[in-house]
Design a protein around this ligand. Structure first.
Ligand code: ADP
Length: 215
C-alpha cells in the first residue's frame, strides 16, 4: 500500500476530490472527519470523547484519531493507494503516521496540497450541505441537490454541519493556520510535497495529472 496525504484548509475540496479519485480501482478514501462523525453518531467511547472538541472546531486528541486510523489501515488488505483526508493534522500526528507506515511497510507517495485562498474557502463552506442519513455532500452554489434541501441519493432532509457556522469556520481556519500549516514545511523537507491550485473547478483533472506525474 502507498499513501497520498491530502493537505488543505477546511473547504479546500479535499473530500470532494477524494470521493472522485476513489472511484478509480485500487484507490480508497479515508476521511478522519467522517470516521469521527461515524463514531459520534454510533455513540462509541471514542465518539463521546470527540464530540465536544469537534463541535467547537478544535482538534480531537492525537491518540484518539491516530488509533482509529491505525485500526482502519490494519484492517485494509485490498487497497493500493490510500487517500488520507484530514490526517495528519499537526506535526505530532505526522510523526505517528510515519512510524505506523514504517512498521507496516507502507510508502508515502506524496503529500498533495490543495492551495485555496481563505475567501474561497469561507464561501465554499457557507454553501455546504450534508445528508445526515447517508453522508452525501452538496453545495448550494457549485453542486446543488436536484430538489432544494433534499438528498439526491436517499431523499432525507439536508442539514448544515454544526461546525460549519460562520464563527466556528473562522476558528477552524485559525486552528488550521496554527496546527496544520507547519505540515507543509514538514513534507517539503521530506521532498514529498506536491502543490495544486485548488481555487478552480477543474480540480479533479489537475489532481489526477499531479498524481500521474509522481507515480
Ligand atoms: P474540515 O476539514 O472541513 O475541517 P473534517 O471533517 O476533516 O472537516 O474534520 C471535522 C472535525 O473533526 C475537525 O474540526 C476536528 O474537530 C476533527 N478532526 C478531524 N480530523 C482530525 C485530526 N486528524 N486530528 C484531530 N481532530 C480531527
Amino acid at each position: 500500500m502507498n499513501i497520498v496525504i491530502l493537505l488543505g484548509a477546511p473547504g479546500s475540496g479535499k473530500g470532494t476530490i477524494a470521493v472522485e479519485l476513489a472511484k478509480t480501482a485500487g484507490i480508497r478514501h479515508l476521511s478522519s472527519g467522517d470516521l469521527l462523525r461515524g463514531a459520534v453518531k454510533a455513540g462509541t467511547p471514542a465518539g463521546l470523547k470527540a464530540k465536544t472538541f469537534m463541535e467547537s472546531g478544535n482538534l480531537v486528541p492525537d491518540e484518539l484519531i491516530a488509533d482509529m486510523i491505525a485500526d482502519t489501515v490494519a484492517a485494509d488488505k485490498e487497497t493500493q493507494t490510500l487517500l488520507l483526508d484530514g490526517f495528519p493534522r499537526n506535526v505530532a500526528q505526522a510523526e505517528i503516521l510515519a512510524k505506523m507506515m514504517a512498521d507496516n511497510g507502507i510508502t508515502l507517495r506524496c503529500a498533495l496540497l490543495l492551495d485555496v485562498p481563505d475567501a474561497v474557502v469561507i464561501r465554499r463552506i457557507s454553501g455546504r450541505r450534508v445528508c445526515p442519513a447517508c453522508g452525501a455532500g452538496f453545495n448550494v452554489d457549485s453542486m446543488p441537490p436536484k430538489q432544494e434541501g433534499i438528498c439526491d441519493a436517499c431523499g432525507a432532509a439536508l442539514i448544515i454541519r454544526k461546525d460549519d457556522t460562520p464563527e466556528t469556520v473562522q476558528h477552524r481556519l485559525d486552528v488550521y493556520a496554527a496546527q496544520t500549516l507547519p505540515l507543509i514545511d514538514y513534507y517539503k523537507q521530506a521532498n514529498a510535497l506536491v502543490t495544486v491550485d485548488g481555487s478552480h473547478d477543474d480540480l479533479d483533472a489537475k489532481v489526477r495529472e499531479a498524481l500521474e506525474k509522481i507515480s
